[in-house]
Design a protein. Sequence first.
Length: 168
Amino acid sequence: MLSRGSRLCATGTISASISDDIEYNINMLMQMRERVDAKLLEIKQRKKDHKAQLRELKTEMLEMHRELGEWDRKYDELTDAIKRMEITRSQLQERIKEQRQKETAAKLVCVEIDRKLHQLFGSTTSPGHACEEYCHAHGLKSQFSTVTTSGSHEGTTLVEDVLLPPNK
């Protein structure tokens, strides 16, 4: 019996030892489980944070994209405005050139008319009398006047101011 008792005692010791080992392992597993759960929770929180950051970045990116589109549109509008201004500028330069040509042609016609008036009226009446009456009646001033020089011949000089008829 003794042998049986020592076997039981040995079995009990083994059993207690196994029981302690099992309890230790269970505690270790529970601690591991808690650490794993804590890590999973931390990972889930990081994932949420990253998703929130991604949403913010995406929103910011979309905002920047929209602003870029607006700036592109404004740039295109400015480019179009600059092109229109260049066209208008060249048209205005062309008009100025045409106007100067017309002024030059008009001055040449006036000079020719003035010469003819001096030729027609200058020799038959007192100098400039009929011409002055004509110019005064039409609100004009003769561009050329007859001048006597020391060589006792008549010449013409250009008068700088051209008076146009008054606006009625």
